[in-house]
Design a protein around this ligand. Structure first.
Ligand SMILES: Cc1ncc(COP(=O)(O)O)c(C=O)c1O
Length: 383
C-alpha cells in the first residue's frame, strides 16, 4: 500500500450521523433527502433542476436516451476519456465515434469532432476532462450548424466555470459523477443538470421504471394513487443514504475546490523548475476543479512515464497513468486496423502523462515528498 495515495475523499466526521438519520427515518431508497440534494446541487451550479442517478455512467446513458439517441445512431466522443464515456453511448444501443483532442487542454477538439460527423451522428459528447471545461461555445455552434445535440460529460467538473458560467448552468444536459475519485462523493452516484422542467420530469420518470409518480409523492398523497407507466424506463435511483452524504459533501465543496487549487498551484510552481516535466495547461477561459493533476513527461526525458511511476511507487507514492485512450482498448479497438481512427494527439498524451497525488487532505509535507522524488528522478538523470 502506498503511503501517499492518489486520492482520498474529504470527510468532516459528520457524515455518519447524517446517513444514520436517513436509516432511522425509514427512507433507505429514494425519498426526501434525494429531493433535497437535487435542489441543493441545482442551486450550487446554477441549474434550473438536477436529477440524481446511480452513477455518471447511468446519467450519461439516460441523458442520451432523452435526447433520442438509440440503435443506429452515432455519438462523437473523445477517445481520451475514462471508458464510461464510450460505454454510456453503447448502453443506448448507439455507436461511439472517437475524435481527437486538443493537445494543450486534452479536451475533445471541436474541429476534429466536425470531421467525424456523418449522416448518422445524433449527438456530440464533450468531456470536461479532469475538471477542465471543454470549449462549449465551439460545440454549441457545431451542434446548431449540423442539427446535432450536445450532452456534457461533466463527471469531474462540479464547481468548474466556463467563461465565468458554472458547468451545470449551460443549455445542454450535463452529467456529473459522485464517485470517490471525484471532487465530492456519495460513494457511487450521478447527477444530471437540466434547464427545462419538462425534460427534468421525464428524466425523473425514466430513472424510476418510467413510473409517472414518485414513491415520495405517493407517500405524501391524501388520496389513493394508481400509478401509470407511459414509457419504458430504468432503475437508476439514488438512495436517501447517499443523498444524506451528498448534502454533507456539498457544504464542503468550496473549501475542497480552494484546497485543490492551492495544491495544484504548488505543484505547478515546482514542476516548472524540473526538466522534462510539463505542468498542465490552464486556459484563461476556464476555472478548473483540479479533480486530477496531470503532468506530462517530455519526449527525450532520461526516464519514461511508466519508469517514473515505478520510481515513485518504490518511494511509497501512488500515481496513475494519464487519461486512457478508449480506442486502444480491446473492447473498442477497430476489428480492421486499417479502419482504426487516426488520433495522434490522444495516443501521444495517453502515453506521456501521469496523475500525481492530489486531494484536499494531502499535506504540504506529503506534496513536497512527491516533488522531491520527481526532482531526484529527473534532475539526477539530467545532470
Ligand atoms: C470522464 C468520465 N466520465 C464518466 C465517468 C463515470 O463515472 P461513474 O463512475 O460515476 O459512472 C468517469 C469516472 O471516472 C469519468 O472520469
Amino acid at each position: 500500500m502506498s503511503e501517499i495515495p492518489i486520492t482520498r475523499p474529504h470527510f468532516t466526521g459528520e457524515e455518519g450521523a447524517a446517513v444514520a438519520a436517513a436509516i432511522a427515518s425509514g427512507w433507505v431508497s429514494q425519498g426526501p433527502r434525494v429531493k433535497e440534494f437535487e435542489d441543493a446541487f441545482a442551486a450550487r451550479v446554477g441549474a434550473a433542476e438536477a436529477v440524481a442517478t446511480t452513477s455518471c455512467t447511468t446519467a450519461l446513458a439516460l441523458a442520451l436516451h432523452v435526447c433520442g439517441v438509440g440503435p443506429g445512431d452515432e455519438v462523437i466522443v473523445p477517445s481520451m476519456s475514462f471508458i464510461a464515456t464510450a460505454n454510456a453511448v453503447w448502453h443506448c444501443g448507439a455507436t461511439p465515434v472517437f475524435a481527437d483532442i486538443d493537445p494543450h487542454t486534452y479536451n475533445l477538439d471541436a474541429r476534429a469532432a466536425e470531421r467525424a460527423l456523418t449522416a448518422r451522428t445524433k449527438a456530440i459528447m464533450p468531456v470536461h476532462q479532469v475538471g477542465l471545461p471543454a470549449d462549449m461555445d465551439a460545440f454549441y455552434a457545431l451542434g446548431e450548424r449540423h442539427g446535432v445535440t450536445i450532452v456534457e460529460d461533466a463527471a469531474c467538473a462540479i464547481g468548474a466555470l466556463y467563461k465565468g458560467r458554472p458547468i451545470g448552468s449551460l443549455p445542454s444536459l450535463a452529467c456529473f459523477s459522485l464517485h470517490p475519485r471525484k471532487v465530492i462523493t456519495t460513494g457511487e452516484g450521478g447527477m444530471i443538470t437540466v434547464q427545462d422542467p419538462a425534460v427534468a420530469a421525464r428524466l425523473r420518470r425514466l430513472r424510476a421504471h418510467g413510473m409517472d409518480t414518485s414513491d415520495l409523492a405517493r407517500h405524501t398523497a391524501t388520496d389513493v394513487v394508481i400509478e401509470a407507466y407511459p414509457e419504458r424506463g430504468f432503475n437508476y435511483r439514488m438512495t436517501d443514504m447517499q443523498a444524506a452524504l451528498g448534502l454533507c459533501q456539498l457544504k464542503e465543496l468550496d473549501w475542497i475546490l480552494e484546497r485543490r487549487r492551492a495544491l495544484a498551484q504548488r505543484y505547478t510552481e515546482a514542476i516548472e523548475q524540473i526538466p522534462y516535466l510539463q505542468a498542465p495547461y490552464d486556459p484563461p477561459y476556464a476555472q478548473r476543479t483540479w479533480q486530477s493533476y496531470c503532468v506530462r513527461v517530455a519526449r527525450g526525458a532520461p526516464i519514461g512515464r511508466t519508469g517514473l511511476m515505478r520510481r515513485l511507487l518504490a518511494d511509497g507514492i501512488a500515481t496513475r497513468r494519464g487519461v486512457m485512450a478508449s480506442h486502444e482498448e480491446v473492447s473498442y479497438a477497430a476489428p480492421d486496423p486499417d479502419a482504426a481512427p487516426s488520433l495522434p494527439h490522444t495516443e501521444a498524451a495517453t502515453r506521456e502523462t501521469l496523475m500525481l497525488p492530489l486531494f484536499p487532505d494531502l499535506s504540504e509535507e506529503q506534496q513536497d515528498r512527491v516533488i522531491a522524488c520527481l526532482a531526484t528522478c529527473l534532475l539526477a538523470h539530467a545532470a
